[in-house]
Design a protein around this ligand. Structure first.
Ligand code: NAI
Ligand code: 15L
Length: 267
């Protein structure tokens, strides 16, 4: 791998990977609609709007792989989700096909399965249960990934990221937390594997409470090493006891499952 494109590179995870992956490949091509700051060593900055197919064709040209993070990362209006997540993700896969089938890491989300209850342990065969239009857009992206592999042999790994932040922020994230180092190693495994086909993998660290079974994706060789347990005492002291009849507690998607329809009550 000489050159990897990161979309959404100005966002939270993009900024983290920009730092973490420095030196791992010869060149990181960083793209976003938002300001990307100064160009550092081993970097190329190419601003682009994912809703513009011509611009996406330009950012994908000449790269060996794509980390697709760009788009709306929480619930939004249908138009916003449609344009950034659905059309934007389609543009990425279509540009990859036209440029000769680059491997793609697609940043899916736990909100594709957020209406499963916490007691349900999910694996590679569990059905989608999106908890939001945002979650629906991630189901679209995962299905698109499957289609582009079956029809055009464009390889991809859809990562159903739990909660990737420096630290878990609430009790739910004690189960869904994905450490930055575990996420970085997962991205590296995805691009270092000989073949990936069209794979889905859950993105959570080695937390005590485990909702997701990744044995179907063991061939990737990713073993999360970190655990949210070191944050448990701090989180439990700072947050109220869980109420098990609260939808935000009962469902894996937490507050996304509890929230009303965004179009009725835009925040
Ligand atoms: P973020 O909201 O911080 O970053 C998203 C980036 O995408 C922003 O910099 C934004 O400017 C860019 N973007 C939005 N619309 C665009 C467009 N039309 N064209 C080009 N760029 C556009 O989100 P974050 O947290 O960095 O997440 C990255 C990805 O990972 C997202 O796809 C999100 O859905 C997914 N994810 C993140 C999780 C987390 O815990 N951080 C959990 C699950 C999924
Ligand atoms: C996501 O999909 C979001 O992008 C992120 O901001 C968090 O809300 C995360 O899920 C989560 O469920 O904690």
């Amino acid at each position: 791998m000489k050159k990897i494109l990161i979309t959404g590179a100005a966002g939270g995870l993009g900024t983290i990977l920009r730092h973490q992956l420095r030196g791992w490949v010869e060149t990181l091509r960083l793209s976003d609609v938002s300001d990307l700051g100064e160009c550092g060593p081993g970097e190329e900055l190419i601003p682009a709007d994912l809703t513009n197919f011509g611009a996406v064709m330009d950012i994908v040209e000449g790269v060996d792989g794509i980390v697709h993070l760009g788009g709306k990362s929480i619930e939004g209006t249908f138009d916003n989700i449609l344009n950034t997540n659905i059309k934007g993700t389609y543009h990425i896969f279509e540009a990859a096909r036209k440029h000769g089938g680059k491997r793609i890491m697609f940043a899916s989300s736990n909100h594709a399965i957020g209406f499963h209850q916490r007691e349900t342990r999910l694996d590679g065969d569990s059905p989608f249960r999106p908890d939001s239009l945002y979650g629906v857009s991630k189901c679209f992206g995962e299905n698109l990934a499957r289609y582009y592999f079956d029809k055009f042999a464009v390889e991809s790994v859809s990562v159903r990221i739990g909660s990737c932040f420096a630290e878990p922020l609430d009790r739910r994230m004690l189960a869904t937390w994905l450490s930055i180092d575990d996420f970085t190693r997962l991205v590296q495994c995805i691009f270092e594997a000989a073949r990936v086909g069209a794979t889905m993998i859950y993105g959570a660290s080695n937390n005590r409470e485990q909702w997701w079974d990744n044995s179907h994706a063991a061939f990737l060789g990713w073993t999360p090493r970190d655990s949210s347990e070191i944050f448990r005492a701090k989180i439990e002291a700072a947050t109220p006891e869980p109420q098990w009849d609260d939808p935000a507690v009962r469902y894996q998607g937490g507050g996304f499952a509890k929230a009303g329809h965004f179009e009725d009550d835009p925040q």
